[in-house]
Design a protein around this ligand. Structure first.
Ligand code: SF4
Ligand code: MG
Length: 290
């Protein structure tokens, strides 16, 4: 079954604040899945904890809302159990770049064929406005009344150097571009990071729709070569180096390398869930560990 846009009104059912960038993300994801023609029963969306992690509730796919910062371990488990599924992990900047940062770093080395979409609103929204790992220097929040003094985490540079094979960023206010980048991330073979600037209209009064509209420009229009890792890293630091006057969006880096699933001989013939494990005796392996 392909989901129908008309069958579900997220605005009526959601717990998000009116105007939140999360609405654009869920609409873009719905459009991307529809246009790619991926049946709803073949997609699983995992999430952590936070405003963004409610997203699986609002799409007619399979979903799993897990623990804070644990969307990636859940997504990788799903992928290993049935690597034929379209697996999408979602979460926020606090969830994925704070408590979940260890998972983020190690999943990129493995290059599972899955997509990680981070709703990066540069604040902790659900807990009412504390500074997050990506809050900009000088930003005043409930926990930083004199302004953030810590260097913000750079997810794009971390992903490029950490082994991700598709690294992109979008601004949720440009829904058409967001949907197109989601389609590219989903069809990419390997681990794809899509960091989404998602305005939190209630608690982040700095990074607004206007803020991003004035500053974002598309890499695809600037002649950027996404196969060039050095050029990608330079672009990854451009926002910080220009004091956020120029913020590139689009595909920073893209490459090919075998996925983790491809390198597992046990998965060559069929998915784990399709295999008959009834006669399997693990007693010798267990005894070996004692
Ligand atoms: Fe969106 Fe912010 Fe409201 Fe959370 S608190 S739903 S991120 S606007
Ligand atoms: Mg956040």
């Amino acid at each position: 079954m392909i989901m129908e846009l008309a069958d579900f009104n997220v605005k009526e059912r959601s717990q998000w604040c009116p105007g939140c960038g999360n609405f654009a993300i869920v609409a873009a994801m719905k459009g991307a899945l529809q246009e790619l023609g991926i049946p709803t029963h073949q997609t699983v969306i995992s999430s952590g904890i936070g405003c963004s992690s409610k997203l699986p509730h609002y799409l007619e796919t399979y979903g799993f809302e897990g623990l804070h910062g644990r969307t990636l371990p859940v997504a990788s488990g799903i992928k290993l159990a049935n690597h034929k599924l379209n697996v999408i992990a979602v979460g926020g900047d606090g969830d994925g770049y704070g408590i979940g940062a260890g998972h983020f770093v190690h999943i990129m080395r493995r290059n599972y064929d899955l997509v990680y979409i981070v709703h990066d609103n540069q604040i902790y929204g659900l807990t009412t406005g504390q500074a997050s790992p990506t809050s900009q220097l000088g930003m005043k929040t409930r926990t930083t009344p004199n302004g953030v003094v810590e260097m913000p985490f750079n997810p794009i540079a971390t992903a490029i150097s950490g082994g991700a094979t598709f690294v992109a960023r979008v601004f949720a206010g440009d829904m058409v571009h967001t949907k197109e980048m989601m389609k590219q991330a989903i069809t990419h073979k390997g681990f794809a990071l899509l960091d989404v600037f998602q305005p939190c209209v209630t608690f982040n009064k700095l990074n607004t729709y206007d803020y991003f509209t004035k500053r974002c420009y598309k890499l695809q229009d600037s002649g950027h070569d996404s196969a060039n890792v050095n050029a990608a890293l330079e672009k990854a630091f451009e926002a910080f180096n220009t004091n956020y006057e120029k913020i590139p969006v689009g595909v920073f880096f893209k490459t090919e390398r075998p996925t983790y699933e491809d390198l597992q001989p046990q998965l060559k013939e069929k998915a784990l869930v399709e295999q008959d494990l009834s006669g399997l005796d693990i007693t010798p392996a267990y005894a070996d560990m004692m």
